[in-house]
Design a protein around this ligand. Structure first.
Ligand code: XMP
Length: 497
């Protein structure tokens, strides 16, 4: 039976309804640094790892997006900012884009006449160790580093009095490759290399730190300038076009129009309006859970589609509306019914690492995870100490928690509204479709991501393939070679622990 013939088998099914039969392994080492896990995120963006962190205000802000991109995936900054309050979201995007560069095109700069106190304040505000000194025509005049202002009275004097002047600097002429820049930096024992054109005008700055990072993170998701990639979500009404314009100005790599029901007149209008202003911006839309929904969005020229109505951890859509499609069935129907042209993001419902592979086999090109990352250091929000009673020992202990909440929970909606709105809108009358829960605070998300990759490699080994793409291809060519539908007792044997 081919992939297209699976409709009956997957009807009503989700991840825990199947296991996959193991096959002869052809892999010597289950090593994520050598096994190819690359995938399509959208029509114009490829990822080395099929992971995307959810656009939720308790999951993805700059710290999470940076780690995701460094590890080869992508983070989508949520739209949980107040209507009209665009700057905070733009700031999160800018933080990611500034994180890693091959060449920093717009380094923080001052003029020789800038008071030293202002330059120091700028360094502190931007956490920049180096300022480039340029004149009114952007001609390079010098560099001012933290070391130049240490132990001196910065209340008096100007930048010219402390900077390393142009004549004493090593500079690169024109666009240099990373290798040439690195050679120059090693030979001349410098950590910063400003680049100038033939008229002496600044064209960029290369730092040893960026080169080092570049080498340390071979799978990182970068744009053509070597900056980490990042996405940002917007709504379908209100300030969404203005928001998109500011995000695009901040070099966001992809915009996600994210609404609960993406197969809708509201979405059609939003995409139309968006495309008029931004014909070339990479656009993801969602969520949908049917082949018709995918076709509807694909026809409107989006570059990827989020699939998932109601499987998410913080989500109560199915409880409150009785609408939704079991996630594995949804992925299958979207893929089989709508073809291969537009990449699909399997969004929500992944509670164990093994389910990631199923999401990718049945239809997703990438998976979007929210609760799997909840409580980690990189998620936004404070850690609070809660008293927890240990049931057996009749004593209580303080345990650190963080909040995970659905973006359609009352709490998240309230935070997105203006105070004045709150007076007008009866919050309780809003049909909330999400919950807020406390999850134990844990360390960095990085080891979780690494474990996911290791487990994916093990899955590829069990599946008898050499790469993720190969396993997907083998599965889709002959799914019954793999699929084992589980009975209630075999589910228990498999997943009850
Ligand atoms: P997981 O299972 O990874 O799912 O936590 C993350 C996805 O859940 C969706 N989401 C919601 N869905 N009401 C919903 O119906 C909500 O309040 C809500 N918040 C998040 C979203 O698609 C996310 O990526």
């Amino acid at each position: 039976m081919t992939f297209d013939g699976l409709a009956n088998l997957v009807r009503g099914a989700t991840f825990d309804d199947f296991l996959l039969r193991p096959h002869y392994s052809v892999i010597a080492r289950r090593d994520p640094s050598v096994i190819d896990l690359s995938c399509r995120f959208s029509t114009n963006i490829t990822l080395q790892r099929p992971l995307v962190s959810a656009n939720m205000d308790t999951v993805t802000r700059a710290p999470m997006a940076i780690v995701q991109a460094e590890e080869g995936g992508l983070g989508i900054i949520d739209r949980g900012f107040r209507n009209g309050d665009i700057e905070p979201q733009v700031r999160e995007v800018a933080k990611v884009k500034r994180m890693q560069h091959i060449i920093i095109r717009d380094p923080y700069s001052v003029t020789p006449e800038t008071p030293l106190a202002d330059a120091v304040a700028l360094m502190r505000r931007r956490r920049a160790g180096t300022l480039v000194v340029v004149d009114g025509d952007r001609r390079l005049k010098g560099l001012l580093t933290e070391r130049d202002v240490r132990f001196v009275n910065t209340k008096a004097g100007n930048v010219a009095s402390r900077m390393t002047p142009f004549d004493a600097l090593v500079t690169g002429q024109g666009e240099l490759t990373l290798q040439v820049a690195e050679q120059m930096m090693v030979q001349r024992k410098i950590k910063k290399l400003p680049l100038v054109d033939k008229n002496g005008a600044l064209i960029g700055l290369i730092t040893a730190k960026d080169i080092h990072r570049q080498e340390r993170l071979p799978f990182a998701t970068r744009d053509s300038h070597g900056r980490l990639r990042v996405g940002a979500a917007i709504g379908a009404t209100g300030d969404f076009i203005e928001r998109a314009a500011e995000l695009v100005k901040a070099h966001v790599d992809v915009i996600v129009i994210d609404i609960a029901h993406g197969h809708s007149v509201v979405m059609a209008k939003a995409i139309d309006t968006f495309r008029k202003s931004f014909p070339d911006v990479e656009l993801v839309a969602g969520n949908v859970a049917t082949a018709d929904g995918v076709k509807f969005l694909a026809e409107r020229g989006v570059n990827a589609i989020k699939v998932g109505i109601g499987p998410g951890g913080g989500c109560t859509t199915r409880l409150t509306t009785s609408f939704g499609v079991p996630q594995l069935q949804a992925l299958y129907e979207c893929r089989a019914g709508a073809g291969d042209k537009v990449p699909l993001i399997a969004d929500g419902g992944i509670k164990r690492h093994g389910a990631i592979l199923e999401a990718l086999l049945f239809g997703g090109d990438t998976v979007m995870l929210g609760s799997m990352f909840a409580g980690t250091e990189e998620t936004p929000g404070d850690t609070v100490q809660k008293t927890v009673v240990l049931p057996d020992q009749q004593r209580s202990v303080k345990v650190p928690f963080k909040v995970l909440r659905g973006m359609a929970s009352i709490q998240a909606i309230r935070d997105r509204l203006d105070v004045e709105d709150e007076e007008v809108v009866d919050l309780e009358s809003i049909g909330a479709e999400g919950t807020e829960v406390s999850v134990p605070a844990r360390g960095s998300v990085r080891p979780i991501i690494h474990d996911i990759f290791k487990h994916l490699c093990s899955s590829i080994s069990y599946g008898g393939a050499g790469s993720l793409a190969e396993l997907v291809k083998m599965f889709r060519a002959d799914p019954l070679r793999y699929l084992v539908k589980l009975s209630a007792s075999s589910k228990k044997e498999s997943y009850d622990r």
